[in-house]
Write a protein that binds this ligand. Structure first.
Ligand code: CS2
Length: 494
């Protein structure tokens, strides 16, 4: 099979669509921090579609890798070897697929090796947007106050040596300082993570970092930089070796880092860009004044349902999102969770039918070919639960309503922290923000619920009955298995 790069493009079989624009004319206008699969399936796909229309060549993307880990090491080799090209395979719910080569990523820099080059690029006025997908847990938020955590050792090191940044915020603040000092305009900071008010969270982080360094710079950023919020959506699974082999076969080209996604995509963006923006509305993105209701619906319906099915699913020994959502008990849990727990307290975006939105989500989870694994969804629950699930619980506690489905999911999460499923099989929960002591609290729910920062936004101390319910669920899951607890829960609620 031929290797993917600029020289072999013409040899790729026609079933894999190639971009038709002249890539040598595309220039960078966007720097994207952390080039994960989601970015490559979502934002880079939108920009690729835009480049297909003449006149937008100044909106190419340069990807920047921030973390020095095994995953990034693959990119350091693969991206240059492939001239930053990659294939995207999109699967529709009816099982059909579409393959294409994406050309919108025009360069890749690995920040730990190329700090100077990254800062130079970010300080160049041709870069008008710095976007990022650094995960929900990447914003260095203080679990208790929601503010920027200045006590984080990495942040402390960056503040002591601002010219040698390491994090997204260190880079952004240093690049903005250089631009201000050179009398240049700033750039828009665009968070593309699944956080409620992601623009506000990014603003808090950048300003928190800047203020600790230089109050004048912080004031300049406050006055000149915009931080639009946006809602991003496209299910993008992790691609393991067998998945990569399969899509490479389907595409007819050898890509070291192919991307897989569903065919559905949505991007709703607040129209506040301080240095202009690509006309993304012509390629299907929605530019709106207030992204809030869209974000809320996405995070509390789709992401929350993902968590709702993934913890019980993984404990029950299931592997994929499809396996879980097609299990009748789990299907009912998730369906009823959206219908009775979330939808009544959600203000839907204008014109959006939440019942239809729910049904589309369930159909997307059942996609027969995307192959999204439960372990991707359960991972980093400590960062996800506070955004996806716990605000719904807090609202129900305030307004009154049924809490048992949420209690069950929290019990499953606590049980999952122990790293053993119902069959006794061990797994390694990916929880980068929980140390061994915190994980061990999974066995002591009453203590975990009042002491782990991830639960801080729910007043468990004032709700002893709820704590007792979760404690009992954890014990019953351990003794009788997840699905038997779920079965009796659904019978009680019927
Ligand atoms: C998932 C998301 O990580 C998760 O838990 O819910 O990655 C989800 O697949 C995307 O937000 C879909 O847009």
């Amino acid at each position: 099979m031929i290797d993917l790069n600029s020289a072999t493009l013409a040899e790729i079989p026609p079933r894999t669509r190639r971009f038709t624009y002249d890539r040598s004319h595309v220039r960078a206008g966007i720097v994207h921090l952390s080039v994960g699969n989601f970015h490559r399936a979502h934002q880079a796909w939108y920009i690729d579609r835009l480049l297909e229309q003449a006149g937008h060549e100044s909106w190419g993307i340069v990807g920047v890798g921030l973390l020095d880990d095994a995953n990034e090491r693959l990119k350091i080799e693969a991206f240059p070897a492939q001239d930053d090209l990659y294939t995207l395979t999109r699967y529709a719910p009816d099982g059909t697929s579409a393959h294409q080569v994406i050309g919108s990523l025009v360069d890749y820099l690995f920040a730990p090796h190329d700090t100077a080059a990254v800062l130079e690029l970010m300080s160049d006025p041709s870069i008008r947007i710095v976007s990022m997908t650094i995960t929900e847990g990447g914003y260095n938020q203080d679990g208790r106050t929601g503010g920027y955590d200045l006590s984080n050792p990495l942040t402390q090191a960056e503040l002591a040596a601002p010219h040698a940044p390491k994090s997204a915020f260190g880079y952004i603040v240093e690049a903005l300082r250089r631009r201000r000092d050179a009398g240049l305009p700033p750039f828009t900071v665009l968070s593309c993570d699944n956080l409620r008010d992601n623009g506000v969270v990014a603003h808090t982080a950048v300003l928190g970092h800047a203020r600790a360094l230089d109050v004048g710079l912080a004031d300049w950023i406050e006055a000149n930089v915009t931080f639009p919020s946006c809602m991003v959506d496209r299910i993008t699974p992790a691609v393991l070796k067998p998945d990569a082999d399969r899509v490479n076969e389907e595409c007819g080209v050898h890509d070291r880092l192919p991307v897989i996604s569903e065919d559905f995509a949505q991007w709703v963006i607040e129209d506040r860009f301080c240095q202009g923006r690509p006309p993304l509305e012509i390629v299907g993105a929605q530019l709106v004044d207030d992204v809030h209701p869209y974000e809320l619906a996405k995070v509390r319906m789709l992401n929350a349902s993902h968590s709702m099915l993934a913890y019980p699913g993984q404990l029950a020994g299931l592997e994929s999102v499809r396996d879980a959502v097609e299990h009748p008990l789990i299907h009912k849990l998730v369906h009823d969770f959206m219908t009775f727990d979330v939808m009544p307290i959600l203000s839907a975006p204008k014109g959006m039918d939440l019942g239809r939105y729910r049904d589309t989500i369930l159909a997307r989870f059942s996609n027969p070919r995307v192959g999204d694994r439960l372990s991707r969804i359960t991972g980093d629950g400590a960062s996800k639960l506070p955004t996806f699930l716990l605000p719904t619980l807090a609202t129900i506690l305030e307004k009154g309503g049924e809490t048992r489905r949420l209690a069950f999911c929290i019990a499953c999460f606590l049980r999952y922290l122990g790293g053993q499923d119902d069959r006794g099989e061990a797994f390694d929960p990916f929880e980068p923000h929980l140390d061994a002591t915190a994980r061990a609290l999974g066995r002591d729910p009453a203590k975990a619920l009042v002491s782990l920062p991830l639960f801080a936004d729910v007043d468990f101390r004032s709700h002893p009955a709820l704590v007792a319910q979760i404690t009992e669920d954890v014990a019953r899951i351990r003794n009788t298995g997840t699905l038997s607890v779920l079965k009796s829960l659904l019978e009680t609620l019927a």
